[in-house]
Design a protein around this ligand. Sequence first.
Ligand code: FE2
Length: 384
Amino acid sequence: MVEEFAFTLPTEIQFGNGIIRTLHEELMNRGYRAPLIVTDKSMVATGLVDIVMEEIKKAGLEYKLFDNTVPNPRDYDCDKGAAFAKEAGADVLIAIGGGSSMDTAKAMATVMTNGKTAREWFDVELDVTSSPVICIPTTCGTGSEVTFNAVITNSDTHLKGNIFDPKCAPVLALVDPDMISKLPSPLVASTGIDALTHAIEAHVCTVATPMTDAVSIYAVKLIAENIVKAANEKDADALSKVMLASMMAGVAFGNADTAGVHCIAECFGGFYDIPHGVTNSMFLAEVSEFSIPGNPKKYAEVAEAMGVETKNMKDEDSAKEGVKKIRELCKELDIPKLSAFEVVKPEDFEYLAQASSKHCCNPSNPVEATAEEYLAIFKKVYEA
Ligand SMILES: [Fe+2]
């Protein structure tokens, strides 16, 4: 018997090379009058923001620009952004960038209509719908363009918090693979493994549903088949498939959850300011290996989707081969080692292990890990 489940996708998705050029029609059809572009200065320097500016002009509108988003955004960054947006009279936020810009825009949009500060909306239901946000992702990892959460660092604890409510979902995601054609290879690699982590964790987690299973396993397959070609050769076909997989993985984990890898990545990311995709990439294999006993069948499905020959194998054995495949991919993609980050200090691991075990996604991991178990994983990865 199929168990009861729900599936929500409030965001309209438009996908395709060049789809960003339809932005002016979207603005006109939706009746927006005062768009605010939300991005960071490095994105402005790439010239990609110019396309958004041109599109806004084509719609007969004037744009305002907030280019102060930062990696691993803190609560007060979002509060400042919300004040800026209100002052500008913005009626739609157009986020262009990676997860940090998109999550900042979602948090700004939440504060704009719900009041208070971004931090006060962590883990509680929003009063009202957030201001409209249109997302244009420029990396192939976060899936933030289709999720209804914003991951924001709590500036007091230096750990990440979550605004999580369908009321903060973007109204539109324009997912254009042309946006990642010039993305440096290491970023394609680390954000692509972030997407793989979303897909795997959505698939194996304790709250997966038949709908998320279907979406997540296809995303795993697309990433496994295309990530090396996309990152190392910048092959256009492979890049478009990884971009698609990244969005699909977002749909999957937005309706299921992430799990142990993200418990760690969000603690390390908030504490050390290490890029999210890189942190996930460093921990994905180890956490998967640890978690196999919680759901060997699902990990075997992941292995099969990654191209492992699993015929006549026990689920546990297939699952272990899948972990080997993850390690191979990370090696081919030149994912850095944890010990290469000077800022990372083993003496912090106990605090971070405690925090990871208390993370809201920990109960979703196939094996709910204790602080001691997280600590053992950190040591293994650090010494690898
Ligand atoms: Fe992630």
